[in-house]
Design a protein around this ligand. Structure first.
Ligand SMILES: Cc1cc2nc3c(=O)[nH]c(=O)nc-3n(C[C@H](O)[C@H](O)[C@H](O)COP(=O)(O)OP(=O)(O)OC[C@H]3O[C@@H](n4cnc5c(N)ncnc54)[C@H](O)[C@@H]3O)c2cc1C
Length: 497
């Protein structure tokens, strides 16, 4: 669709998480007169997946996540996904740096901090894989500062907690990227909404749940919203709707009845962390250490021992432990999953279930874990850990995308999926990985897919390149540009060491 400056188009964004915040800021910068209304069912923004404690806060750059660089059948390492993820994060950092320069975000340290990213493995086979991965990745400029070591003293120096009490006869290896980051996506989202709230023609309604969407004959959308405090129903209209409702996006997409929604289903996976309560231990770790996921487990369940910086305070998390709940949101309903099953997605859901039996087995094993099992998992990364120093906390809920597949009938996907109406009047974001780190490139895709004419106009192109100087550069070119981009974003975001 074409947004026209003469008309002050009405845009409604559903959900006040990082995705809606990012899209709202883009639209406001590109069309200052635009009218934006955001509906959020909870009593404030960023209380679901975007909240700092509900996600791992890793600025996903493929520095330490081994699932982004799989070993191919011929024994070579495929780093194409790693390049794309790293380049996408560079895009996010550019937009955040722009927001800091405009003084929309005040203190970069309140949302992004420098925390080195390490991958750690043990055993001959895993060490051989890590060495090959290091050789493939360090040859690319995006990862050229990666260090590799099998030397126990060096490893102790990099991650003392992880190396204490280890068997001297075992082989260990790690890679380290000093330029890794920890991001408090909750604080970032809050600050973005605080800026938006002060802008003219932006309205944010918390405690307002969107219940229904209906396309009108004149091409606009009729939106039914329930005020959860007064129980009043409100009807409003919009030229464009963004469904950025996290786990709540699938039911709303289904309500829109657009034909592009057919065949989509969702599979919720919940998460838990062990959170360290012993200040002395927290202070002995200063990195993010990612390991290898066990066979059959979903990619986002890779275990990691993670330094976090939340509200200026250092924290230590281990996990995630996966779980199964039929809720689509942490603050959702147990009826979410059953209510999402409709005739058009029943077959893809059944087929995806059949083709993912190892995942089912993995989830059953995770759900039945005892505190001792969790301690055992923690000890693989921190051998001297004691249960009394850790507490179990509930993380956010992820809804994995299930979609139709010609060959298998249905597939379960672990990435994000942007579903747009053919006329560009609605976009919905499904899925959760690599998540908040890619909020900026994903929202640029919304602009491109839904407002193609505006996107290609000279005005938008000039403004977009001011916000994201490397807009639309092929991922492969980031290898050549990364030095320059990283110096600029590192300076503005106070990440340069
Ligand atoms: C355990 C876990 C670990 C993760 N780790 C990382 C990580 O390390 N790095 C990373 O980059 N990403 C990570 N992610 C992913 C990241 O958190 C999400 O991709 C991101 O926060 C999603 O943002 P969002 O705005 O789409 O959704 P949310 O932040 O969930 O926001 C959606 C909002 O919509 C609201 N809503 C829902 N339905 C309605 C309705 N009908 N009406 C009105 N409002 C509604 C909700 O209340 C919520 O506030 C992780 C996620 C989880 C769960």
């Amino acid at each position: 669709m074409l947004l026209s400056e003469n008309k002050n188009p009405e845009v409604v964004l559903i959900g006040a998480g990082i995705m809606s915040a990012t899209l709202a800021l883009f639209l406001k910068e590109l069309m200052p007169g635009i009218s934006l209304t955001i509906f959020e069912r909870l009593n404030k923004p960023a209380e679901e997946s975007s909240d700092a404690w509900n996600n791992a806060g890793t600025g996903h750059s493929a520095f330490c996540e081994l699932n982004y660089s799989p070993e191919k059948e011929d024994g070579n390492i495929d780093i194409s996904k790693a390049i794309k993820i790293a380049a996408q994060f560079e895009i996010s950092k550019q937009f955040w740096a722009y927001l800091v320069q405009q003084q929309y975000l005040s203190s970069p340290k309140s949302f992004i901090n420098h925390v080195p990213h390490l991958s750690f493995v043990w055993g001959d086979k895993n060490v051989a894989y890590l060495k090959k991965r290091f050789e493939a990745m360090s040859a690319n400029k995006l990862f050229s500062s990666m260090q590799y070591s099998e030397d126990t003293d060096q490893l102790k120096n990099w991650m003392p907690l992880v190396m204490q009490g280890r068997d001297a006869g075992e082989k260990y290896a790690a890679t380290r990227m000093d330029i890794g980051t920890d991001v408090n996506f909750g604080s970032l989202t809050d600050t973005m909404f605080a800026h938006l709230e002060n802008s003219e023609s932006v309205k944010i309604y918390c405690n307002h749940e969107v219940r229904d969407l209906e396309k009108q004959d004149d091409g606009t959308w009729k939106i039914t919203v329930k005020n959860l405090v007064t129980s009043d129903s409100i009807i409003t209209k919009a030229d464009f709707i963004f469904i950025g409702a996290g786990g709540g996006s699938l039911p709303l997409l289904q309500k829109s009845d657009i034909k592009e929604a057919a065949g989509y289903g969702g599979f919720p996976i919940s998460g838990q962390w062990l959170r360290c309560t012993n200040e002395n231990i927290i202070q002995q770790h200063a990195v993010k250490v990612y390991g290898k996921a066990s066979v059959g487990s979903p990619p986002m369940s890779v275990p990691h021992l993670d330094t976090r910086i939340i509200d200026g305070k250092k924290e230590l998390l281990f996990g995630p432990f996966a779980g199964f709940s039929t809720k689509f949101l942490k603050n959702g309903s147990y009826f979410d999953l059953p209510k999402s099953i409709e005739w058009h997605n029943m077959f893809p859901i059944l087929a995806a279930g059949w083709h993912n039996l190892p995942l089912t087995k993995y989830l059953i094993q995770q759900v039945t874990q005892t505190p001792q099992d969790r301690l055992h998992a923690l000890k693989e990364y921190f051998p001297n850990a004691k249960m009394e120093d850790w507490e179990l906390v509930i993380a956010g809920q992820r809804v994995q995308v299930i979609k139709k597949d010609e060959k298998d009938g249905g597939v379960l996907e672990f990435g994000t999926e942007l579903v747009c109406a053919a006329d560009g009047s609605l976009a919905a974001l499904l899925g959760a990985s690599p998540g908040a780190s890619t909020a900026v490139p994903v929202m640029i895709s919304v602009l491109k897919k839904c407002f193609g004419q505006n996107f290609n106009s000279d005005d938008w192109q000039v403004k977009l390149k001011e916000m994201v100087p490397t807009l639309e550069k092929p991922w492969a070119e980031y290898e050549l540009l990364c030095q320059e981009i990283r110096e600029w974003t590192g300076d503005v975001l106070e990440l340069n060491m």
